[in-house]
Design a protein around this ligand. Structure first.
Ligand SMILES: [Zn+2]
Length: 273
């Protein structure tokens, strides 16, 4: 992608002397060749002795960095006079400056939050509340809203999201983990039982979520999670390819694995289907 470049930016990456000498070289016609490259500008610049130096100025992340085959050996983020002359020449001739998209993505300011995982976002929240304790009440209010959505649309969203999560989790169980056969002290495990051992922990995670919301006095939210789990189990019926653990799980998963979920709904005073 193209980046905007101007004299001020170029000079910000050069020490004062190099910026002034670069301007003098440019005005003296020292830049004898210049062109856009995939990540910046490359060209030839004559030094004080008249020798042509191969110079390259690149956009790396949010910095300009230079290569020069003169004796100047510019360090990262600092331009030598030849690089300044070349860069200013490119600015004045309006040569396009390119940066690879990866460079831009690497340090786009203000967009880092969107790049975080859920766990990293949680760490940000903790740190934010440590430094700004006055935000605690507001954060707590939002937490309550997440745990206990109130509108019909939000509850439906929660139910649908849980159904998709459960279906995905069960369909992506690793058939390589099915352990069958005779084990000392445990007897013989058939493939159906082995599948159950993989499916049950997935469902149990959601049972824990239903219990948590019930304990917090959030029966509507608990109900939405419970229904989502049953929907997710229903959605796993049929259409398995041969590699899925679900191939060995038997018929009517909601009946087999939804028992505790249905019990919890019963406890919460909800209709049992
Ligand atoms: Zn140089």
């Amino acid at each position: 992608m193209a980046v905007a470049m101007d004299e001020e930016t170029v000079c910000a990456f050069a020490d004062g002397t190099e910026a002034i000498e670069g301007r003098i070289l440019l005005d003296g016609g020292a830049v004898i060749e210049a062109g856009s490259e995939s990540r910046g500008i490359g060209g030839l610049v004559r030094d004080g002795s008249g020798t042509a130096r191969g110079v390259r100025v690149q956009v790396v992340g949010r910095e300009l960095t230079a290569e020069c085959d003169g004796a100047c050996a510019p360090t990262s983020g600092r331009l030598c006079r030849h690089a300044v002359a070349l860069a200013l020449h490119a600015v004045e001739r309006r040569l396009p400056w390119h940066a690879t998209p990866a460079d831009d993505a690497r340090r786009a300011p203000g967009e880092a939050l969107g790049a975080l995982t859920a766990v990293e976002k949680a760490a940000v929240l903790d740190r934010l509340l440590d430094t700004r304790p006055e935000l605690h009440a507001e954060a707590d209010r939002l937490a309550l809203r997440v745990l206990d959505p109130r509108t019909r649309a939000e509850l439906t969203d929660l139910q649908e999201r849980i159904a998709v999560e459960v279906e995905n989790a069960l369909r992506t169980l690793d058939a390589g983990q099915l352990s069958t056969g005779h084990r000392p002290g445990l007897g013989y495990t058939d493939v159906h039982e082995a599948a159950s051992r993989l499916i049950e922990p997935v469902v149990e995670r959601y049972e824990a979520d239903v219990r948590r919301r019930l304990e917090w006095g959030m029966p509507d939210a608990a109900e939405a999670v419970a229904l989502g789990v049953l929907d997710g189990l229903d959605a796993c019926e049929g259409g398995h390819d041969g590699d899925e653990v679900l191939c060995h799980a038997g018929e009517d998963l909601a009946e087999t694995y939804g028992y505790t979920i249905r019990e919890l709904r019963h406890t919460a005073g909800r209709a049992v289907e």
